[in-house]
Design a protein around this ligand. Structure first.
Ligand code: HEM
Length: 232
């Protein structure tokens, strides 16, 4: 398994990351700035401050959870739009559709296809009994769709919430930030990449973690060409 071969690298990277984060936290303790780490150092939760391991783990969670996720979701968004040029043109013409477009992207192609839970007690659901201790994988990819025939459509009006950001007490801490980042990115890119299309087969990542793309060959029409080709 690749992860086992990579294990020494992963462990070394973690050690280096914690050392880096510890220096950063120390630095912010001495010189607070207008940033998240300084706010976390100052914050009190039920009267108590966070201790150092809690702080370091939060920094790790926010960085790891916040970078790979959003960039992979953006790559999947571009792939979807490259496959649906009419939707991309619509977004370029009507950038205020960006929030709706992001909802449709995270619904249709979640980069977190599965979230896991462990049953703390026996649970029965639709006639199936899950004994205590069962690991339950919730499939956002299927749960987000009403049926296989349902296509990608940014004009779709939906009321249900996607499972992409999880649910319950561990609901993604960065969901709003991710949505805002994706909206900004799509709003900016749609008018700048006219004629977006696939320029080869995308290479899909695995679905057992963050479901990103290892390669996304795309092409688009350079702005000047697109402008001069536009009807006057
Ligand atoms: C498209 C982007 C993102 C997706 C699809 C995503 C998805 C998820 C999912 C599925 C979970 C687990 C929820 C559960 O088990 O119920 C989660 C947790 C979390 N996410 Fe995100 N995430 C994204 C972006 C971000 C960003 C930008 C940040 C921070 C800047 C972030 C920080 C976290 C943290 C800290 C948790 C753990 C929450 C907890 O356990 O209480 N995520 N995310």
């Amino acid at each position: 398994m690749q992860v086992l071969q990579e294990r020494p690298h992963i462990e070394r990277a973690l050690v280096e990351f914690y050392a880096w984060a510890a220096r950063l936290v120390e630095h912010r303790r001495e010189e607070p700035a207008d940033d998240l780490i300084s706010a976390l150092i100052a914050a009190r939760f039920e009267g108590d401050k966070l201790d150092n391991p809690e702080l370091l783990n939060l920094v790790l969670n926010v960085l790891v959870g916040g970078v790979d996720t959003t960039q992979s979701q953006l790559a999947q968004a571009l792939r979807l739009f490259a496959e649906h040029p009419d939707q991309w043109e619509l977004l370029a013409r009507e950038p205020d559709r960006a929030p709706q477009a992001v909802e449709e992207v995270v619904r249709y192609e979640p980069i977190t296809p599965f979230t896991a839970r462990i049953a703390m007690e026996e649970v029965s659901y639709r006639g199936v009994t899950f004994p205590e201790g069962t690991v339950v994988l919730v499939c956002a990819h299927t749960g987000n769709r009403d049926g296989e025939s349902e296509g990608f459509d940014i004009t779709r009006q939906r009321t249900g919430k996607p499972l992409t950001f999880g649910a319950g007490p561990h609901y993604c801490l960065g969901a709003n930030l991710a949505r805002a980042e994706l909206q900004e990115a799509l709003r900016f890119l749609a008018p700048h990449l006219p004629g977006l299309q696939l320029d080869g087969e995308p290479v899909y990542g695995t679905i057992d973690g963050i479901y990103g793309l290892d390669a996304l060959p795309i092409s688009w029409t350079p702005r000047a060409t697109a402008d001069s080709a536009a009807p006057t």
